[in-house]
Design a protein around this ligand. Sequence first.
Ligand SMILES: C[S@@+](CC[C@H](N)C(=O)[O-])C[C@H]1O[C@@H](n2cnc3c(N)ncnc32)[C@H](O)[C@@H]1O
Length: 276
Amino acid sequence: MAREFSFTQADYERVATHLYRIAGIHLGDTRKEMVYSRLSREVRRLRLGSVGAYLDHLDKAGQHEWTRFTNVLTTNLTSFFREQHHFGILAEKVLPHDGRPARIWSCGCASGEEPYSIAMVCDETLDGAQGAFSILATDVNTTMLQEAEAGVFDKERVENVSPERLRRYFFDGSGAFAGKVKVKPVIRQQIDFRMLNLMHPDWGKVAAEQFDAIFCRNVMIYFDKDTQYQILKRFVPLFKQPHGLLFAGHSEAFFNAKDLFTPMGATTYKVTRGAV
Ligand SMILES: C[S@@+](CC[C@H](N)C(=O)[O-])C[C@H]1O[C@@H](n2cnc3c(N)ncnc32)[C@H](O)[C@@H]1O
């Protein structure tokens, strides 16, 4: 099918170079149609004639356009209780370990389903005790963070949430919100949503924190091995010991980083002895 805007291989390579530099995302050779379909909306919005013209515009544009570029090109697929077994491990192996309040980081939280799932499990496991846990939820995509902060979801998106949890943690929408649910403050207020690009050399206050668990699931899958290793190295000092656990996505294996993290089964990892 003829394209509305011209989009050359050189344009694709320019996009790939920018996205790798900004977010560490390695596009490979197979995402050309996805890139075109997402960027053509930006070309239309700016009333430009081609993807090349859009990229020239971007070179001269301010931060706002670069943020949009990153937002439209990241893949944000997620769901409540995705890779369910991880939530059992969190409840059984991580949360009961330490008398201190639990602190958990969901980096690459997309539209919020992951940190809200973590919050429900923490609230249940720690009996809803005030101040018993807090969650930091970060992403590079600011559009996703706005959605996550709002905590409003279509009912189809909470199909994996049990009726008991739905009653306990969500308001049922009515009127303009019919067909939707909204997260209740009891879990919403335990989550701090923030923009954080894992590729940025300065993670600010996060770099001085200590976490019981870091959920970095289905984020590094888009990074090359060297970038993954560099990020994993920065995670090492951030775990409470000895129970701190890193949760990765089902298709992510960090075998090239055994000096940093030791696999504990079910794509969970502990800091390798001597790595800190
Ligand atoms: C596929 S989603 C995974 C969401 C969730 N962790 C899960 O497993 O369901 C990947 C998320 O990683 C984010 N991401 C990609 N590159 C990133 C970077 N450099 N820094 C922070 N987040 C990034 C994307 O914006 C996206 O929301």
